[in-house]
Design a protein around this ligand. Structure first.
Ligand code: HEC
Ligand code: HEC
Length: 171
């Protein structure tokens, strides 16, 4: 990533820039399927980013959607009709991101082999910054996470990022 890209990312974050840019990187630039039900952002983005269905295999989503009452230490229960609607949609688009095959530990995207590989340059201290808190908080670094945009060109530095990490992210 060059300084030019950083400037461009800020523009994107401000909502000025645009769609054409991600065309060249369609793999990670547009990961939210167009047929996303409104209930997905209403119900599944209340506590964290609305994760793209492509990033977990079908079995992982199935377990998540049948265990919402005990969801990573919290209760995320929904009525049966909404669970059904969301699960059907998640299953339809599950596992379509490259190399998503294995069911990661705890059905966490953040424990997937591909996730660890993509983020291998990130220092352990970075995940613990107050501005990040958790690897599951994608939007801390991926300015377009809410739109399913994980393109490298659209990264933002979270507050407190070390100078060394800033340089590494600019490579
Ligand atoms: C009441 C809050 C809440 C709601 C609502 C909620 N979640 Fe979560 N979810 C959490 C918490 C807390 C975690 C753990 C985050 C962490 O480790 O930092 C989590 C983690 C996850 C993870 C794993 C993230 C990782 O580490 O890779 C997935 C996938 C997930 N949620 C999907 C969903 C889906 C799908 C819905 C909607 C049906 C949903 N969540 C609704 C609180 C919630
Ligand atoms: C602490 C900041 C940070 C957090 C939090 C974070 N990422 Fe990243 N992510 C990065 C950086 C930096 C890269 C680029 C790594 C590189 O190119 O070497 C990256 C790369 C990626 C890529 C590869 C993009 C490409 O075009 O190859 C994907 C996909 C991705 N992240 C998804 C996620 C998801 C999903 C989450 C949340 C569950 C997340 N990231 C959380 C910093 C972060």
């Amino acid at each position: 990533m060059t300084h030019h890209c950083v400037t461009r990312s800020l523009w994107l974050a401000a909502g000025l820039g645009l769609a054409a840019l991600s065309a060249a990187h369609a793999d990670s630039g547009r990961m939210m399927p167009r047929d996303m039900p409104a209930s997905y952002t209403q119900e599944c983005a209340a506590c964290h980013t609305a994760y793209p269905p492509a990033m977990l295999p079908a079995r992982s989503w199935q377990r998540i959607m049948t265990g919402l009452d005990q969801h990573y230490g919290t209760d995320a229960s929904l009525d049966a009709a909404t669970v059904n609607q969301l699960n059907t949609w998640l299953q339809a688009h599950a596992g379509t991101y490259k190399r998503v095959a294995e069911e990661p530990p705890q059905d966490r995207i953040t424990r997937s082999a591909w996730f660890e590989r993509k983020h291998r340059q990130i220092e352990p201290a970075t995940w613990k910054l107050p501005s990040v808190k958790s690897a599951a908080n994608c939007a801390a670094c991926h300015a377009g996470a809410d739109r399913g945009d994980y393109d490298d060109d659209n990264l933002q530095f979270p507050a407190g990022l070390s100078a060394r990490q800033r340089r590494a992210w600019n490579d």
